[in-house]
Design a protein around this ligand. Sequence first.
Ligand code: HEC
Length: 148
Amino acid sequence: MRAKLPVLVIALGLAAAIAVVAAAQSTANGLPSYTNGYQRWPKLKRIQVKGPNPHVKVKAVYVNKRKAGKAWPVGTVIVKDIVSPGDSFISQVAVMRKVKRTSPSGGWVFVEFSRSNATASYGLLAQGATCTGCHSLAKKNDWVFRAP
Ligand code: HEC
């Protein structure tokens, strides 16, 4: 019995470590953990570059960092959440995350999630070229239509 205890301790430790890794990748609601707490971040309000807009719904846009000069720093996450007309819950979340300083796509990774009701978890809706083709219109503004 005594000899088995360390094995149990190691097994529990491993299980805890796996749980932590899983939590770092996505939250319980299916959104990636880098969006955690986004509704407490400052908002982007002013539209600086006009463009055809696919997200024509009630929305709010949040950002976790401050713009440094003309560009947003690596690590910037911009989250736009969307409520469809007639709905009382957020059904879509569009995210831009700056992972590099330069191209492709200005170093941004684009991904959008959706869900069918207020308690469902989010799943992947669209990403990549679906987004960048249009956002390239805002290339001069670091691929972002809005300004702080
Ligand atoms: C047809 C053009 C178009 C496409 C396609 C498009 N966007 Fe946008 N997006 C816009 C416009 C215009 C705005 C600014 C107006 C607003 O916030 O609604 C915007 C705003 C955003 C913002 C807020 C930051 C900003 O640029 O102002 C995010 C985040 C975003 N889009 C993510 C995405 C993602 C992710 C996709 C792909 C799944 C996508 N967009 C596809 C036109 C587009």
